[in-house]
Write a protein that binds this ligand. Structure first.
Ligand code: 13P
Length: 254
């Protein structure tokens, strides 16, 4: 597939996989995906498995991502993980502002913007998640919500930092439900996000930033979604937990 921007497909394992299970899956993916050059591939295991998975993928084309981090660099923040700790394990990406954290941990746009800044300062590339709830879509508020999330969560980033940021559009109603947004619905919001980026930054930056789609992406719908002009990859939950389905999903996207 001929794309304007290189695809980036990341597996968000969420709170799944023990360390041993993570090593098995990572080793399998290294074998299965070793010849893939057309897609940037990342896997985001739970914190407890980062260190071992980092070793498994060290000489491969798969990069490591974390699922969250603190906005603070060190200190009295019980239970938190700092960007520098992730960096030490050769982590490249960090998912920020996932809808599950926005909902269950009450993460605000302001907090996500602070985390994004901290991530960049440590040399990590944030994957900043945005997306509307079902009732917001049904009442015609998708653009309003996505706009305030994009503007708020990227507040204060420099142009250079924006270029090193990935945005993930994940409509909340499509996460883990088997209800994928149609490729037209995804394209429409992705194009809207790119237009916002050109207003906040400039057209050149907007055209360079990669925007992933997330929400029930599977091996059999990946190609259709990835073929949309402004869809530059996927953030995959359920289908990234299985060696066969994640490998197929990536191969089908090319
Ligand atoms: P599913 O692929 O399981 O719908 O999850 C999407 C997601 O939340 C990825 O971050």
């Amino acid at each position: 597939m001929d794309k304007e921007r290189k695809l980036i497909i990341a597996g968000n394992w969420k709170m799944n996989k023990t360390v041993n299970e993570s090593i098995d899956l990572a080793n399998g993916l290294v074998r299965e995906l070793k010849d893939i050059k057309e897609v940037d591939i990342a896997i985001c295991p739970p914190f407890t498995a980062l260190s071992e998975v980092s070793k498994s993928i060290i000489d491969s084309n798969i990069r490591l991502g974390a699922q969250n981090m603190s906005q603070n660099n060190y200190g009295a923040h019980t239970g938190e993980i700092a960007a520098g700790m992730l960096k030490e394990l050769s982590t490249r990406y960090v998912i920020l502002g996932h809808s599950e954290r926005r909902e269950y941990q009450r993460e605000s746009n302001e907090l996500i913007a602070a985390k994004s800044k901290t991530a960049h300062e440590a040399g990590l590339k944030p994957i900043v998640c945005v997306g509307e709830q079902l009732d917001e879509r049904e009442t015609g508020k998708t653009e309003e919500i996505v706009s305030s999330q994009v503007r708020g969560s990227l507040e204060g980033l420099t142009e250079e930092q924006m270029l090193g940021t990935v945005i993930a559009y994940e409509p909340v109603w499509a996460i883990g439900t088997g209800k994928t947004a149609t490729s037209e619905q995804a394209q429409e919001v992705h194009a809207f996000i790119r237009k916002l980026l050109s207003e906040i930054f400039n057209t050149e930056t907007a055209n360079a930033v990669r925007i992933q789609y997330g929400g029930s992406v599977k091996p059999d719908n990946a190609r259709e979604l990835m073929s949309q002009k402004d869809v530059d990859g996927a953030l995959v939950g359920g289908a990234s937990l299985d060696l066969r389905s994640f490998s197929e999903l990536i191969k089908n996207s090319i």
